[in-house]
Design a binder for this molecule. Structure first.
Ligand code: SF4
Length: 226
């Protein structure tokens, strides 16, 4: 039951208390703007909710918005998002088929000089934010869900999931008919030299090509499409 008041949610008020009885993506995106369910709302500029077609075939889930996303208010628009766009194009996946979101919707950072350095969200922050992600998955109902990086993979597929060992392999999950994990594009940007960056990009594009082939083979969604 929505309890949004003129003053907005209380600090610590759980997301479950904010969700309307019959949520829609535009409605939850609007409500999430005022979320204070964990302390990250104090640190980020704004909530960065997921974006993409409301019935996207593919949902990609990263860890959290970065510095550029926090300022822009849109997911995957910074350097990692641009790399993801290039990889999707190389793999032959139309970006318009993809809904992009994150496990945590506020940017967690630590100051270093004048820069804001990414800090990993903890289990309590991931847990507090999870109902937003669950609502996105329930509303978009992707045919294929991709976890980008260890934080997303462990949040959605279990703490023992190892992206380094299990990337590029479809796993059983109730989240979507097809579920897979690969690296987060930011890890490719952090590669120590040009050669390793190139080979990691190739491997990433290889995982995305596997995703495209799996979708091409799978039955198209026939009910509730729009
Ligand atoms: S990170 Fe998630 S749970 Fe925490 S305040 Fe932001 S939107 Fe709410």
């Amino acid at each position: 039951m929505a309890k949004k008041t003129l003053t907005g949610p209380r600090p610590g008020e759980p997301v479950s208390e904010l969700l309307p009885p019959r949520p829609s993506l535009p409605a939850v995106r609007e409500i999430a703007k005022d979320c204070k369910a964990c302390d990250l709302y104090k640190r980020g500029t704004q909530t960065v909710f997921g974006e993409g077609p409301k019935r996207a075939e593919i949902m990609m889930v990263g860890e959290q918005p970065g510095d550029a996303e926090d300022i822009a208010g849109h997911p995957f628009v910074g350097p990692a998002g641009q790399l993801l766009d290039r990889a999707l194009a190389e793999a032959g996946i139309d970006r318009s088929r993809v809904y992009l979101t994150n496990v945590v919707k506020h940017f967690k950072w630590e100051p270093r000089g004048k820069r804001r350095i990414h800090a990993k969200p903890n289990a309590a922050e991931i847990g507090a934010c999870r109902p937003w992600l669950e609502t996105e998955i329930a509303l978009v109902r992707p045919r294929l869900l991709v976890c980008l990086g260890a934080t997303a993979a462990q949040a959605l597929l279990g703490r023992s999931f190892r992206v380094s060992q299990q990337r590029g392999t479809f796993v059983e999950s109730s989240l979507a008919p097809l579920v897979i994990a690969t690296v987060h594009p930011s890890s490719i940007l952090r590669a120590p030299d040009e050669d390793s960056r190139r080979s990691e990009m190739q491997e990433f594009v290889g995982d995305l090509e596997k995703i495209r082939r799996a979708l091409d083979k799978a039955q198209p969604r026939t009910t509730g499409d729009d």
